[in-house]
Design a protein. Structure first.
Length: 233
């Protein structure tokens, strides 16, 4: 069974920063989401890994403000959330298969894309799109999951051991992911001449706020979104 709630963390700009991400996922919002997913999808979330930020890549010139996004043809996955969010920013969301993205960038089918730095380095997307703007519109959440049905069949000792192993592995996994991002950014900048840019995120957040509200309501997770927002600093 696939629950619509599994798309919740695809909402753009749901996190103010990495500290907000940590506080929410390791606090009551993370616990609440885990309860919902177990009830709706029969999946038990043991921990939340991830932490990479997704940023905007541009082929010809950098995106320095929300005005630069207007009319920008952006490669996205065929996700209603992502397409609506980027449309709200004035972009032209263009679904393209992942393995066709490099050639689409190279041929000018799209003006850019968005992704995490390790993936950009691995797929060499920086070659046709050497301008990376730190929009940080998404901080990736990678839930460590197991079948609740299987987990609940285990004896208490086995369950405890699995939960403890997940708890111990979580900071290691998160640190490793952040290190991968750092290595990728450094290599792209120093070895391949990629340019990184900052942007005022406030207008981006304001423009996409209605999208967060709309999709949270559709998922029945408005209270969860509000609890996450209350933890923002």
């Amino acid at each position: 069974m696939i629950a619509k709630e599994l798309d919740f963390f695809a909402l753009p700009f749901i996190w103010q920063n990495y500290d907000h991400w940590l506080t929410a996922l390791d606090g009551e919002p993370g616990a609440e989401y885990a309860r919902i997913i177990e009830e709706k999808a029969d999946i038990k979330i043991l921990a939340y890994w991830g932490g990479s930020t997704r940023n905007l890549l541009a082929c010809k010139k950098p995106v320095r403000s929300i005005a630069d996004i207007k009319g920008f043809k952006l490669r996205v996955i065929a996700s209603p959330i992502k397409m609506n969010a980027w449309a709200a920013l004035g972009a032209i969301p263009t679904p393209i298969a992942y393995l066709e993205t490099y050639s689409a960038l190279q041929a000018g089918v799209v003006d850019g894309m968005e992704n995490e730095s390790p993936a950009v380095l691995q797929m060499r997307f920086y070659e046709p799109a050497p301008h990376i703007t730190r929009t940080e519109h998404d901080i990736t959440v990678r839930p460590l999951m197991v079948s609740a049905k299987v987990f609940n069949k285990l004896d208490a000792e086995a369950q405890k051991a699995i939960i403890e192993a997940a708890r111990e592995a979580t900071p290691v996994a998160r640190t490793a992911e952040l290190e991968q991002v750092k290595i990728a950014d450094t290599e792209m900048e120093q070895k391949f001449g990629v340019k990184f840019y900052t942007i005022d995120k406030a207008p981006l957040r304001a423009a996409t706020a209605p999208v967060l509200k709309e999709f949270a309501e559709k998922m029945g997770l408005t209270s969860l979104l509000e609890s996450i927002n209350r933890l923002a600093k």
